[in-house]
Write a new protein. Structure first.
Length: 304
């Protein structure tokens, strides 16, 4: 598909996989970065998305027909409660408005399954929204505004509610980031009992799913997930086996919160209607994560 797409959050966990999928689909990719160029993109424009002048200049410079907005408050450990979430909700709404004013016609924004009411185990786009956190509230606010205002702005808007993505080089504060780094370091990793079931999707597939949604021109909310509920303990067990250190996993050593939902899985009928199908299962996806970690350790002279 031809088109110029501006990608925010290009340096994040989903940025690389999204750019790879967009390029494979024929898009000319313009990445937004605060400082360093993004090697995988065709072009990079520098911008601070929280600064109106910088953001406007980047939109003007990109001359894009499409937008994929992945950027949000950084820092996994504090993202659920950080007051910066509200700043990002405002910046996201303004980005959509300014992109439309500059002539952009199609945009996909990264939302979250944290917007939903988690008392429902299977979540469709019609499931009520009832976020429990500042992060979820901010995402829901931005998404509802953009979906409602899109037609009046002349902008086709899809709001992608992403479920539990996993992939190579996860940072600390995420399940696999803590687990992989801890096990390769020979440290005991304390976990909950892992009986809760979640909908996991490899980041490469998330990038492909977002590209499918962007190209499909479908407006409104779209779940991004696998449609499969996997116990968290299975992810932990397989990862530990692949690394060769199941002895260092302390399942049940940490209590689960009382309000931790036993099951959260996406209804992906809307996503499937775009033609998307996942390519990674849990095991081969985790093999990819562990292989990437081994390569990184070897390249830094710290071979496991």
């Amino acid at each position: 598909m031809e088109g110029r797409v501006i990608v925010t959050g290009a340096g994040g966990l989903l940025g690389g996989p999204a750019i790879a999928a967009l390029r494979a689909a024929g898009f000319h990719v313009i990445a937004v970065s605060r400082s360093q160029p993004i090697a995988m993109a065709h072009e990079t424009v520098a911008a601070d998305l929280l600064d109106p002048e910088s953001r406007g200049a980047a939109i003007k410079a990109a001359r894009a027909t499409h937008l994929l907005h992945l950027a949000w408050h950084s820092g996994n450990e504090g993202r659920w409660t950080a007051p910066e979430n509200q700043e990002w909700a405002h910046a996201t709404k303004e980005l959509g408005r300014e992109f439309a004013a500059a002539g952009g016609g199609r945009a996909v924004f990264a939302g979250s399954c944290a917007e939903y009411d988690w008392s429902f185990p299977v979540l469709s786009e019609s499931t009520p929204l009832n976020p429990r956190t500042r992060y979820g509230e901010a995402k829901a606010e931005a998404g509802e505004w953009l979906i409602a205002q899109g037609p009046g702005l002349g902008l086709s808007v899809a709001w992608a509610r992403i479920f539990f993505c996993f992939g190579p080089n996860e940072p600390q504060g995420r399940l696999l980031g803590d687990l992989v780094n801890g096990l390769f370091a020979g440290q005991l990793v304390e976990c909950t009992d892992g009986l809760q079931e979640r909908d996991f999707l490899h980041t490469s597939d998330v990038g492909r799913a977002l590209t499918s949604v962007l190209a499909a021109e479908r407006a409104g909310a779209v779940n991004i997930g696998s449609g499969i509920a996997t116990p968290v303990r299975d992810v932990i067990r397989v990862t530990a086996e692949l690394i060769g250190r199941p002895d260092l996993v302390g399942l049940g050593a940490r209590p689960r919160p009382d309000d931790d939902p036993p099951k959260l899985v996406a209804d992906i009928a809307t996503l499937a209607s775009t033609g998307f199908r996942p390519t990674f299962g849990i095991r081969d996806g985790l093999e990819d994560v562990v292989d990437a970690a081994r390569e990184l350790l070897a390249s830094s002279g710290r071979a496991p």
